[in-house]
Design a protein around this ligand. Structure first.
Ligand SMILES: *Cc1c(COP(=O)(O)O)cnc(C)c1O
Length: 359
């Protein structure tokens, strides 16, 4: 296995210099980019770098993975923990913001470091993966908190871990009968699709057998170009094995913040049986001012998606605020006002309609 996923992961470029020397010879490195890299390190797989067409920040792939001088622009609201996850952590590796769901931070590492990452506090820490003792503590906590029936396994990217560790995580969750659903959040379909070997898919599919939890995979594709043939093949393997795949995209300036690009992404995902689930407004994370958009941009894009796409191809546009509020869905206003026994609503093109209350 000359080009195994482990080798590809090990051989990811971990600095601007390595990236230029090995994958992107046209890369021009400025002192500001080096400063940005000191604040949040670089990691880019060869596969992801191969999707770059122009080696500059006008390229949507390059823009997501190469440190930019614009990351140095300060913003008064930027936070290292923009979702305030730390105050909602009953255990060091668990985040609970909803009564019935919790997030397990299984590891710190990722194959590629997304410049827009909202969990840089974790991904830049470089700590060890979840241990057996920690998994036992998580299972104990879940047994004591049976209302939590949906566990999101995230990180970092949990699927950079070896098969045996992934199996151990699923085994710990399977040992708690009240855990009914496990969702695995991973960027690897886009950045390291070779990870989705038959062996891994078998482990994920087996978790459900004998009354175990339903397993979903939450992918993270932001641009249609990320849906390379290898990525589509990885998703097909999962779906063919009975593992539903859904996508959580982030709206990013200069990457996917125009209606045509987002429509193309959602259409392409839908065709390969990956359900566009969320489109997230960018969080108030550090170093991403140049990637954020005004809310109005997303609303305009959603109006276009509503008008042009099949229902299952339309994601929920959400803002994830800090604290206990939960995700806030943002939609173009369709309910205009109430007028004496009727509600005035507006179609996507603005056409008004008065829906009467029951007699
Ligand atoms: C987003 C999130 C979830 C899952 O939310 P869904 O809307 O069910 O996808 C669960 N826990 C935390 C802390 C989250 O941020």
């Amino acid at each position: 296995m000359a080009d195994s996923w482990q080798r590809q992961l090990r051989r990811a470029a971990r600095s601007l210099d390595e990236l230029r020397a090995r994958f992107l010879p046209g890369l021009e490195i400025t002192p500001e980019m080096r400063e940005a890299e000191r604040r949040f390190p670089t990691a880019v797989t060869e596969h992801y770098a191969s999707l770059v067409e122009r080696p500059d920040f006008s390229d949507p792939i390059f823009r997501q993975c190469v440190p930019s001088g614009e990351e140095l622009v300060p913003a008064p609201w930027a936070s290292r923990d923009p979702l305030a996850e730390e105050p909602c952590s009953p255990l060091p590796r668990l985040v609970r913001r909803y009564p019935d769901r919790a997030v397990l931070l299984a590891c710190d590492a990722c194959a590629c470091r997304c410049r827009h990452c909202f969990r840089k506090r974790v991904s830049a820490r470089g700590g060890p993966a979840v241990s057996d003792a920690e998994l036992a503590a998580v299972a104990r906590w879940l047994r004591a908190n049976p209302r939590v029936e949906d566990v999101l396994v995230s990180g970092g990217d949990p699927l950079v871990l070896p098969d045996a560790r992934v199996a151990a995580i699923l085994g710990a969750l399977r040992s708690v009968p009240t855990v009914r659903v496990v969702r695995i959040a991973t960027r690897l379909p886009a950045t390291l699709p070779a990870r989705f070997t038959r062996g891994l898919v078998r482990i994920l599919a087996a978790a459900r057998r004998g009354g175990g939890p339903a397993v979903f995979v939450s992918a993270h594709f932001n641009h249609p170009r990320e849906l390379a043939p290898e990525a589509a093949e990885a998703c097909a393997r999962l779906v063919d094995a009975g593992i539903p795949v859904q996508n959580q995209a982030v709206l990013l300036r200069g990457v996917n913040d125009d209606p045509a690009t987002m429509e193309a992404l959602c259409r392409a995902l839908y065709r390969i049986r990956v359900r566009p689930y969320y489109l997230f407004q960018a969080d108030l994370a550090e170093g991403i001012e140049h990637l954020r958009t005004p809310l109005a941009t997303g609303l305009r894009i959603m109006a276009r998606l509503r008008a042009n796409l099949s229902g299952p191809a339309i994601p929920n546009f959400c803002l994830d605020p800090p604290g206990h509020a939960g995700k806030i869905e943002l939609a173009p206003a369709t309910v205009a006002r109430r007028v004496r026994g009727t509600t005035e609503v507006r179609a996507g093109d603005g056409t008004p309609f008065r829906y009467p209350d029951p007699v």
